[in-house]
Ligand binder design. Structure first.
Ligand code: SAM
Length: 349
C-alpha cells in the first residue's frame, strides 16, 4: 500500500466519516494560508460551515462570504476608516448565507432575492427591473450559473421570465449578468467592493467561462480560485474525455474613485483565415490549412484556384511561384503523390 493510501486508512480509523474533510483541509492549507495571511487567492472549504442552508441548491459556504467580509473590514480598519455603518448587501441572497455571516461580524446586512418568500430579507426584488435603493460597502453577488440550477419553478414559485437561471441562451444570460454588475457597482459607496462569485459551466458539451466573459467594473483587486467540494455530480462517471470543472471564482472589484470607472468588457469574435492576411500567417500556414480544409490532399492547380483571391495572393503577382517554392521548401511537410497532387504528412482530423 502506498503512503497516501496508508495515511487515508489511518485517518479514517481515527476520525471516522469526517476523515476526508480533515484530509482536504490539511492538504489545501499550504495554499490557503501564506505569508501570514488567512485569505489567499486559493479558497477551499471542504466543510461548508454554519449559516444559510446546505439544502438550497447552489448555496455557497458561509466561509466564502466570511473571508471576503473579514478582508474588507480588516482593510478598512488598517487604513483608519470608520466601519460603524458598514453595510453588506447581497442582491441574490438565496438561502440567506450572507445574513448569517454579517450577524456573526455584527455588521448591517441587506438582502434581496427574486424569490417572493426568501429565507431572509426582501423578496420579489427583481435585479433586472428594480432599483437598488440601498448603498453598501461590500456587495456579495452570487448569481445563478446560467441554467445549471433553475431557481424559479424549481427551488421556489413558478418560472419567472427575469430569473437569471432561465435566460434564453448564454449570450442573453451574459447581457443580463452585465446589467446586474453595472447596477451593483453603482450601489457601492466610495471605497466599496463588489465580490462576484461565479463558476464556469459546460452545457451540451460546450465550455462557457462566465468569469472570463463577464464585465468587470472598478479596480480589479483580486481573483480568487475556490475549490468545489461535495458536488452532486461527483459520483457520476463519463466515458467521453473532458475536463471536469472543480473550481469557482471570486472576482473582487474595488470602487476607488466615485466618478472614474475602469472597466473591462470582453467580446468574442471570429475571423476567417481564408479571407484574411495577418503578419503571423505565413504562406506555409496558409497552404497547410488550405490542404487541411480539403481533407489533406490537393493538386497544384486546385491550390492556385483556391488561393487566387486570398489577400496574400492579391498582394503578390507571383503567387503561383510562391506556392510552388513554399511546397519545395517544406519537403518534409508536403509529400508529392506523383500525379500532380500533394498531401500532408499527417491525417487530417
Ligand atoms: C446561486 S443562488 C444564491 C445562493 C446564495 N449565495 C446562498 O448561499 O444560498 C442565486 C439566487 O439568485 C436569485 N435570482 C435569480 N434571478 C434573479 C433576479 N432577476 N433578481 C433577483 N434575484 C434573482 C435566485 O432566486 C437565487 O436565489
Amino acid at each position: 500500500m502506498d503512503k497516501i493510501a496508508q495515511a487515508a486508512k489511518l485517518l479514517e480509523r481515527e476520525f471516522g466519516p469526517d476523515w476526508l474533510a480533515i484530509a482536504q483541509q490539511l492538504g489545501t492549507e499550504n495554499l490557503r494560508k501564506r505569508v501570514g495571511k488567512e485569505l489567499t487567492s486559493f479558497l477551499a472549504f471542504p466543510e461548508r460551515g454554519e449559516g444559510g442552508s446546505s439544502t438550497w441548491r447552489g448555496n455557497c459556504s458561509p466561509e466564502v462570504v466570511s473571508s471576503v467580509l473579514k478582508y474588507v473590514l480588516d482593510t478598512k480598519r488598517y487604513y483608519g476608516k470608520d466601519i460603524s455603518q458598514f453595510t453588506l448587501l447581497d442582491p441574490m441572497s438565496g438561502s440567506g448565507t450572507s445574513k448569517a455571516v454579517a450577524d456573526r461580524y455584527g455588521v448591517t446586512s441587506v438582502l434581496y432575492d427574486l424569490n417572493p418568500a426568501p429565507a431572509a430579507g426582501k423578496g420579489n426584488w427583481n435585479a433586472l427591473k428594480n432599483d437598488v435603493e440601498d448603498s453598501a460597502d461590500l456587495i456579495f453577488f452570487h448569481p445563478p450559473y446560467h441554467d445549471i440550477i433553475k431557481y424559479s419553478g424549481n427551488m421556489w414559485g413558478k418560472p419567472h421570465p427575469d430569473d437569471l437561471s432561465r435566460c434564453e441562451n448564454y449570450n442573453d444570460f451574459l447581457e443580463k449578468l452585465n446589467l446586474c454588475i453595472r447596477k451593483f457597482y453603482m450601489a457601492l459607496r466610495k471605497d466599496g467592493r463588489l465580490a462576484v462569485l461565479v463558476g464556469d459551466i459546460r452545457s451540451k458539451g460546450q465550455f462557457y467561462s462566465i468569469q472570463h466573459d463577464m464585465m468587470r467594473m472598478g479596480e480589479f483587486e483580486s481573483f480568487l480560485v475556490k475549490g468545489q467540494f461535495n458536488c452532486v455530480s461527483d459520483g457520476r462517471r463519463y466515458e467521453k474525455p473532458f475536463i471536469p470543472i472543480v473550481t469557482e471564482y471570486m472576482l473582487l472589484l474595488h470602487k476607488k474613485d466615485v466618478f472614474m470607472v475602469p472597466f473591462h468588457y470582453s467580446q468574442n469574435q471570429c475571423f476567417s483565415i481564408a479571407e484574411t492576411d495577418l503578419a503571423a500567417l505565413t504562406w506555409h500556414h496558409l497552404i497547410r490549412m488550405t490542404l487541411e480544409s480539403a481533407g489533406g490532399r490537393m493538386s497544384l492547380t486546385e491550390l492556385y484556384v483556391r488561393l487566387k483571391n486570398h489577400p496574400k495572393a492579391e498582394k503578390n503577382p507571383h503567387y503561383k511561384e510562391r506556392i510552388r517554392a513554399t511546397i519545395y521548401e517544406h519537403k518534409d511537410q508536403y509529400i508529392a503523390c506523383g500525379d500532380g497532387t500533394y498531401r500532408l504528412t499527417y491525417q487530417v482530423a
